[in-house]
Write a protein that binds this ligand. Sequence first.
Ligand SMILES: NC(=O)c1ccc[n+]([C@@H]2O[C@H](COP(=O)([O-])OP(=O)(O)OC[C@H]3O[C@@H](n4cnc5c(N)ncnc54)[C@H](O)[C@@H]3O)[C@@H](O)[C@H]2O)c1
Length: 268
Amino acid sequence: MTAADRFDLTGKVALITGAAGGIGRVTATRLAREGASVVVTDIDERGCKDLAGELTAQGHRALGVAMDVTDNAGVATAVATAASTFGPVDLLVNNAIVACPIPPKLHEAPTSLWDTDLDVIVKGAVRCCQSVLPSMMARRTGVIVNLVSVNAFAFYGHPSYSAAKAALVSFTRSLAVEYGPYGIRANAVNPGTIRTAAWAEQEAKDSTVFDALAQWYPLGRVGEPDDVAASVCFLASGSAAWITGSVLTVDGGLTAGNPVMARSVEGS
Ligand SMILES: NC(=O)c1ccc[n+]([C@@H]2O[C@H](COP(=O)([O-])OP(=O)(O)OC[C@H]3O[C@@H](n4cnc5c(N)ncnc54)[C@H](O)[C@@H]3O)[C@@H](O)[C@H]2O)c1
């Protein structure tokens, strides 16, 4: 990370969900490096406590808290613990998902898969927002960043996940309009394929999966977690002071067009 890549978050308190996972871990680390006190939460207690321990050992301010975003009381308790340790949450990053690496076809998918995706992705974000908003409203400041997906806008497989992410885009816009008058900003980061453990099962089946996917990306590669972490830090920072209700697409050009089709059209 060079000086030009820096977004100053000194003095901010950030809470991130699903922080023991691929993107969450790198984002929590980057938020800490930008100066934020980071509340590292995940349903995976060992994972989030280990990461918080590593960040603390590196001289950052971090706290690991086990938090299941589907548990109303647990979310409220974790937000209260964050506030009593570092102060009220300034930045909420809704990132948790239950990865489903090889999703079933729509006609074979159990409704429990829909329940899980909607509960974790949509209602999980709602629960976290409801817990942090009163303090943000009282202080007339705050930032919410929701991790969505290119699946919210076009179909790339996994209907329940796609529908949940589309709902999260809508929720982001609701937040921006309802809470803008309180000085609260809400935006979404919209990644394409990112190389994380969420893909482990597919990678185990086909070690070339990321090379195969790269052909669809005009920039010639899939994304890395830091591509997303940098965007979260930008949206959290004062550099994005007049940006709210937006969707920042971080997809290597995937949704700008279709390079494979373009090559066919051009006869190359
Ligand atoms: N990896 C990609 O290709 C990709 C692409 C587009 C968008 N995204 C988005 O980025 C975000 C992070 O994805 P990732 O690839 O790092 O996933 P990941 O599977 O590596 O991490 C998800 C984390 O969420 C945690 N989690 C699961 N259920 C939870 C619950 N009920 N409460 C709290 N935590 C819970 C898991 O323990 C895990 O640590 C997600 O919102 C995902 O939709 C990822």
